[in-house]
Design a protein around this ligand. Structure first.
Ligand SMILES: [Zn+2]
Length: 66
């Protein structure tokens, strides 16, 4: 729990956990990215292909409302 925020700052986690596209600054998806507050286990349960990503891009968020 405590180091979750630190992990979130790691640029390799700044990807969409559904499509793996980058949502880092300069990617073009930074502004509309949605932080995924679930832990990795929950993301795996949700069937996400890239559970290491801490975000969802806008496009994927429109597809999956939960
Ligand atoms: Zn996506």
């Amino acid at each position: 729990m405590g180091d979750k925020g630190v992990v979130g700052l790691n640029s390799q986690n700044q990807i969409c956990n559904n499509c793996s596209r980058g949502v880092y600054i300069g990617s073009g998806r930074f502004v509309n990215r949605i932080p995924d507050l679930n832990d990795m286990e929950t993301r795996v349960d949700n069937g996400l292909k890239f559970p290491e990503g801490d975000y969802r891009c806008e496009e994927c968020d429109e597809k999956c409302h939960y």
